[in-house]
Design a protein around this ligand. Structure first.
Ligand code: SF4
Length: 216
């Protein structure tokens, strides 16, 4: 539901400012196919995209399709990804997911939300990233930046990613979902950081409820 403080014109104004300042943002994670995107997305949990891209630059020379990883020794794979944190779980999940993809999905990543979230290590946000990024579906993945920035601006007033996704998809036109997802992430990394947001310099301050509440 549209936050009562925002009209459709306001939403249009925010979109225009994002478009003007950030334009078309490319995906933050590198990949060559859907399976590699899945690997990158799983590795990115509580790890920077920059670090993931460093790890995958080498990793993707060896792992091109699920069957390349399905039979990999767990300890060896842990060694290869250990600089990204939580690597025990990530390695276990990725090898298990690769086995399932090899055996049940013809060695391919399914273009289907329910099948994706059935894979170990793939939750709602990750499935939406894969569907929106690789399969060009209209999706609105909500990560920690999207959650924080959308709530600070006041586009939504929600505590969970699921409810935030529900409300954002209700007020933003579907053709802008993936764009807005990337804009909010990028804004969360540049201006609207978790600690000490750079409000004075932010191009959205004319709309932002957080800014207005601090500058009454
Ligand atoms: S004005 Fe501050 S709180 Fe609002 S979007 Fe900009 S950086 Fe974030």
């Amino acid at each position: 539901m549209l936050n009562a403080m925002f009209t459709k014109k306001d939403i249009g104004g925010i979109v225009k400012l994002f478009e003007k300042n950030y334009g078309e943002l490319k995906p933050f994670l590198n990949f060559n196919n859907a399976f590699q995107l899945l690997i990158a997305v799983v590795l990115s949990a509580q790890c920077t995209d920059k670090r993931v891209n460093i790890i995958t630059a080498d990793l993707f020379k060896r792992y091109i399709k699920p069957s390349d990883l399905a039979k990999k020794d767990l300890k060896d794979f842990e060694e290869e990804i250990k600089t990204c944190g939580m690597y025990h779980n990530k390695a276990k999940n990725l090898i298990e997911a690769s086995k399932i993809l090899t055996e049940n999905f013809d060695n391919e990543v399914p273009k289907d939300f329910d099948s994706l979230v059935s894979l170990p290590g793939v939750g709602r946000k990750s499935a939406n990233v894969i569907l929106g990024t690789y399969f060009n579906e209209e999706r609105f993945p909500v990560d920690t930046h999207v959650l924080r920035v959308a709530n600070r601006i006041g586009l939504v007033n929600r505590k969970t990613p699921e409810k935030t996704e529900d409300d954002l998809t209700a007020i933003i036109p579907p053709n802008l979902w993936m764009k807005m997802h990337r804009w909010l992430i990028y804004h969360g990394r540049t201006y609207c950081t978790a600690k000490n947001p750079k409000c004075a310099d932010c191009f959205l301050k004319g709309y932002c409820l957080y800014y207005k509440s601090k500058n009454l």
